[in-house]
Design a protein around this ligand. Structure first.
Ligand code: CP
Length: 311
C-alpha cells in the first residue's frame, strides 16, 4: 500500500511528519515481530538498494544492506566512494544521482560534507536516504534512537534525556534533538564548552517551549536523567589535532557513573565508542547501545519499504 512516504527522500527529520514517524515505528515493530517469528519477507523482491558511502561506517551501511536482504531485495554497494568511485575523477553528486536512478530503486548515501545527500537527491528521481552528511543530520539514526527509547522506557513523553559528549559535531544529536523535541521530552546538554550544542539548535528548542538545562558535570546530569545519550568526540571534524587530544577524554562513563544514575536509566550511544563508555558498563541492564544498533535493522526495513511503496 502506498503511503505519504512513497517516492520521498529522507534527508532530515524535519520533513517527516508526526504521523509518518508513527507509521515508521509501527512498521518497524511489525517487521521485528515477523523476524522474531522466523517469517520470510519478500516485500522488496526484484528491487535494488544502492549504498554509496564516502565516509567510514559499520552500522549504517551494513544494517541498511541486511534490511534490504531480509526484505528479499538485492544490494549494490560502494563502501569507500572517496577512492573507488568516479568522485575521484571529479564527478558531481548530482550526476551520480542521475546514474543511481537507473541502477537502483533507492539509494543511501553517507558523505563528509553537509548537504551532500540533498545534492545527490537533486539528481535522482528515485528516493535518496541520508545516511549521515558531515556534521549535518543522520535522520535514520534519530528514528532508530526513538524506536529504542520506546522499547527500553515504554514511552517518550516527559522523559529527561541527557545528550552528552561532542554536541557541536555530532550529527546524531542534531537529528535526535529535533525529533525528540516533538515528542515532549526535556533535555540536558552536557559537553565541554568548545563542543557545546550549536546555539541555533538550543535557541530553536527553547523557542519551541522545550526545557533545556546545560549541565557541564556528567555525574550531576546522570542523576537527573532517564536516558543518557553518550556520543564520541568526533576526531575527524577537528582542524587542530592538539585540540582533539585535549578534549578526547572529557567524559568517561564507568560503573561509578552508573551508581549515581536514577533507577532504570537507559544508556544509549550511536556507536562507535572510543573511551567514553567503559566496557565494564556493558553489564549494566540499562546499557542499551548494542540493542540500539540492532534496532537499526527493522527501522531501516520500514524506511526502505515505505519510500519504495513496497510496504
Ligand atoms: N551510528 C552510526 O552511524 O554508526 P556507523 O558510523 O558505524 O554507521
Amino acid at each position: 500500500m502506498a503511503t505519504s512516504l512513497f517516492g520521498r527522500d529522507i534527508l532530515d527529520v524535519q520533513s517527516i511528519s508526526d504521523e509518518e514517524v508513527r507509521l515508521i515505528m509501527d512498521t518497524a515493530a511489525r517487521y521485528e515481530r515477523a523476524m522474531d517469528n522466523g517469517g520470510r519477507l519478500l516485500n522488496m523482491s526484484g528491487r535494488t538498494l544502492a549504498t554509496l558511502f564516502y565516509e567510514p561506517s559499520t552500522r549504517t551501511r551494513l544494517s541498511f544492506e541486511v534490511a534490504m536482504l531480509r526484505l528479499g531485495g538485492t544490494v549494490i554497494s560502494v563502501a569507500d566512494g572517496q577512492v573507488s568511485s568516479s568522485a575521484k575523477k571529479g564527478e558531481t553528486l548530482y550526476d551520480t544521482g542521475k546514474m543511481m536512478e537507473s541502477y537502483a530503486d533507492v539509494t543511501v548515501i553517507r558523505h563528509p560534507v553537509t548537504g551532500s545527500a540533498a545534492e545527490l537527491a537533486a539528481g535522482s528521481s528515485k528516493p535518496v536516504i541520508n545516511g549521515g552528511d558531515g556534521a549535518g543530520q543522520h535522520p535514520t539514526q534519530a528514528l532508530l534512537d526513538l524506536y529504542t527509547i520506546i522499547k527500553e522506557q515504554g514511552k517518550v513523553e516527559g522523559l529527561t534525556i541527557c545528550l552528552a559528549g561532542d554536541l557541536k559535531n555530532g550529527r546524531t544529536v542534531h537529528s535526535g534533538a529535533a525529533l525528540l523535541a516533538r515528542m515532549g521530552v526535556n533535555f540536558i546538554f552536557t559537553a565541554p564548552d568548545a563542543l557545546a550544542m550549536p546555539d541555533k539548535i538550543t535557541k530553536d528548542l527553547i523557542a519551541a517551549g522545550i526545557k533545556v538545562d546545560v549541565i557541564p558535570d556528567l555525574d550531576e546530569a546522570v542523576a537527573k536523567s532517564d536516558v543518557l545519550y553518550m556520543t564520541r568526540i568526533q576526531q575527524e571534524r577537528f582542524d587542530d589535532p592538539a585540540e582533539y587530544e585535549r578534549l578526547k577524554t572529557s567524559f568517561e562513563v564507568t560503573n561509578d557513573t552508573v551508581k549515581k544514575a536514577k533507577k532504570n536509566m537507559t544508556i544509549m550511544h550511536p556507536l562507535p565508542r572510543v573511551t567514553e563508555i567503559k566496557v565494564e558498563v556493558d553489564d549494566y541492564k540499562g546499557a542499551a547501545y548494542f540493542r540500539q544498533a540492532a534496532n537499526g535493522v527493522p527501522v531501516r526495513m520500514a524506511l526502505l519499504s515505505l519510500v519504495t511503496g513496497c510496504e
